[in-house]
Design a protein around this ligand. Structure first.
Ligand SMILES: [Mn+2]
Length: 291
């Protein structure tokens, strides 16, 4: 007999920035996640497919096709409703929006009615010039402080040679990071204003690849992060609670679910074996010989 797959059940799941078509993503983890959840509504909040990567150095892999198939299977077998919101890396969709086929809707923004709050859901690139700036600040971070200082020393030798004053790299970096941090605040402020404009008291975004769950000026701001590095989603439990679920936490929840299922199966089978109908009646010969 085919055993039904054990799945974690949610009311709604929000994913963003899966970037299918990019070479390095958390696609295996995402497929593991998608094949063990079930939900009434799945919101793909932008940059699901990375059209920019596919035009450039990206590559469509089998795992990406599997990801699409897993979602279609949810639509077909579990009657899951899919809301696909366009991002900036899949802006090729803008030409056909809005469009609905079967239980799949592709559109620009979506209002999610939670149990306690009403959420405006959109990718979040419309506010932003930040991500382009942030990318190279992040790159500087990855080069490492020591390497940067070494570079600065060489650069200052060159400046000295040219008769110029030394350049303070750390002061420059601090100023840049400060302006980037201000930019995040501006980004979040404009999100809160946008939510109010739509008469919502919550906002669910993606785009900046950083998961978030906090209150900004009375607006519940959630960000689903990404499936490139952080591997996070926003999930709405059956009781209406909305929060971040990391891949690591998902694995822990799956382990607990499997263990409790194993225990209940073991109890069930021992019950089944001791059931009166299972206890063999002695034959007449056995009864007679015992006497
Ligand atoms: Mn984006």
């Amino acid at each position: 007999m085919k055993r039904t797959k054990v799945k974690l059940e949610y009311r709604t799941v929000f994913l963003s920035d899966t970037h299918l078509g990019m070479r390095e993503t958390g696609i295996q983890k995402l497929n593991h996640f998608l094949s063990h959840i079930s939900c009434k509504t799945l919101v793909l909040n932008g940059d699901f497919i990375d059209g920019w990567a596919l035009e450039g150095s990206g590559e469509w892999k089998k795992a990406h096709t599997r990801c699409v198939r897993l979602i279609l299977k949810m639509v077909e077998k579990e009657k899951t409703k899919v809301i696909y919101l366009r991002g900036n890396h899949d802006d090729f969709l803008s030409r056909i929006l809005p469009i609905t086929f079967d239980r799949i809707k592709i559109c620009e923004k979506y209002i999610h009615k939670g149990k306690e709050r009403k959420y405006l859901v959109l990718h979040g690139d419309c506010f932003d010039s930040f991500s382009t700036k942030r990318k190279w600040i992040a790159k500087i971070g990855s080069i490492g402080y020591n390497n940067l200082m070494r570079f600065n020393r060489i650069y200052n030798k060159y400046r000295k040679f040219r008769g110029k004053k030394p350049f303070s790299l750390s002061a420059w970096a601090k100023a840049k990071v400060k302006s980037a941090v201000n930019h995040v605040h501006r980004y979040e402020d404009s999100l809160a204003n946008m939510a109010r404009k739509h008469k919502c008291d919550g906002m669910i975004c993606g785009h900046i690849h950083v998961a978030a769950d906090r209150i900004i000026e009375g607006i519940h701001y959630l960000n689903s992060g990404d499936w490139v590095e952080s591997n996070t989603a926003i999930v709405e439990e059956k009781n209406g609670h909305l929060g971040i679920l990391s891949y690591e936490q998902f694995c822990r929840n799956m382990k607990l679910l499997n263990e409790s299922n194993y225990r209940s199966r073991a109890n069930f089978s021992s019950l089944k074996n001791n059931h009166p109908s299972r206890i063999r009646k002695p034959t007449t010969l056995e009864v007679l010989s015992a006497n």
